[in-house]
Design a protein around this ligand. Sequence first.
Ligand SMILES: [Zn+2]
Length: 431
Amino acid sequence: MRVLPELVLTPEGLETGRAVLITDGRIAGVQAAGAAQPGDERLPGKALLPGGVNTHNHTFQSLLRGLGDDLDFMGWRDRVLYPFSQRLDREGIKIGAAFAFAELLLHGATTCVDFFYLQDEGNENAEAVIEAAREVGIRLVLARTFYDWDGAPKRYREAPADAARRTRELISAHRHDPTCVVQPAPHSAHGASSAMIRAGWEVAEAEDTRFHIHVAEGQYEGERTLKEHGATPIRYLDRLGVLGPRMIGVHCVWLDDEEIALMGARGAALSYCPSSNMFLGDGITRVPELLRAGVRIGLGTDGGCTNNRHSVFEEMRMTSLLQRVRLLDGTALSAERAFAMGTRGGAEILGLETGAIARGQLADLVAVDLEDPSLHPRNDLLKSVVYAMSARAVTDAWVHGRRVVADRRLATLDQARLMARVREVTKGWAV
Ligand SMILES: [Zn+2]
């Protein structure tokens, strides 16, 4: 198949008169359009961009949107997250996942990490999420959580050996899955014991995967980790021996200078979720300092009830704007840098060959309508995509070469029916 947009954004820049050749889920080449061929997908008036890569989400949380929007973190956790996540059976989990994936695709994100922690001591719930991703058509990284803090609901919790064994089984089951990979995810320094964090890291080592962990999201966490383990979060993880190139630390808002340098020195990566950090009043991660230290960065939306939007393009904008406010400097972080974090940077930290329109990359693409007012006037398209583009401008998406959004609607399943199911599952929910 060939896709022929008016403009295509490749690593070389914006190009016209090009065709993107797709074979077996990958980009086989970007070539001169030449004469028309049978099966050509023409996209006049549209630009083709790499799909957004969402490096952090909790999909079932989309069903909790609007329930605790103006609470503080503890209030939200105890009055919304814990009690309402208890109401979800496997079908509810699957609907929540499909709902989140659908919204992300419609907003131009073609890859999503689900940091998934409703295990019920098994893999069946995680499999329901994986099934939802396949049906909706998004590329999924199932970050299977390791959780053993006894203050959390029982459904989240497992013994370290059980979590490790089940995660290895899930990794094996999906080793040859073209659109899903499984990676371990010890929850955090407060949600997972030292043994649990080590167990997650050991699975990543044994299976040669990345692993995800929440790090220093709220200010209280540093103090708590220091009190309980005698070190601040990054130092603690380093002491456990898990701080290294496999690690994707989520948030990393409250790090001191030495911790930033240590993350860089050990080659750890960051999943940065600016809107969620703002929504929960967490603070501002020191992104330029982390970049200077050599930390690799991808962007995430976090869950649908702590953002509350589901767009990686939105996170690109917030990434840049927040640093301008923090540093009182309009040049603090460029659109190009933010765009890279939301696409190929995110893919790189996840170990996926996506996020750029280039030969050999996975065919995860998004088309935007160049006629949309938010992309006018036509000066610098990339800057407008980051700072100005409305979600309305996203018209089409492909994942692994499969058309999953067409003319602003899901092409894979009945969108109206899915929204009806979301309303059914959440009927009568109130705080
Ligand atoms: Zn999270």
